[in-house]
Write a protein that binds this ligand. Structure first.
Ligand code: SF4
Length: 64
């Protein structure tokens, strides 16, 4: 799995960091970010929930 956030879409709602805080964080500007080294999802079952929770669908992941 490879996670990424489209910074052009993110509105900084913070849902990703609330839903899967082990994988997502909020950066200094208030936007969502994937924690360094956690681009593979870190085996966290909440990642898919976080992807669904994003109100603007800014989080994408590729399985594999
Ligand atoms: S849930 Fe989506 S809009 Fe909200 S901070 Fe995360 S990536 Fe950005």
């Amino acid at each position: 799995m490879s996670l990424s956030i489209d910074s052009g879409l993110c509105i900084g709602s913070g849902q990703c960091a609330l839903t899967a805080p082990a994988v997502f964080e909020t950066d200094d500007d208030g936007f969502g970010a994937v924690r360094p080294g956690k681009e593979d999802g870190a085996g966290d079952p909440m990642v898919k929930e976080a992807v669904r929770a994003c109100p603007v669908r800014a989080i994408s992941f590729e399985e594999g």
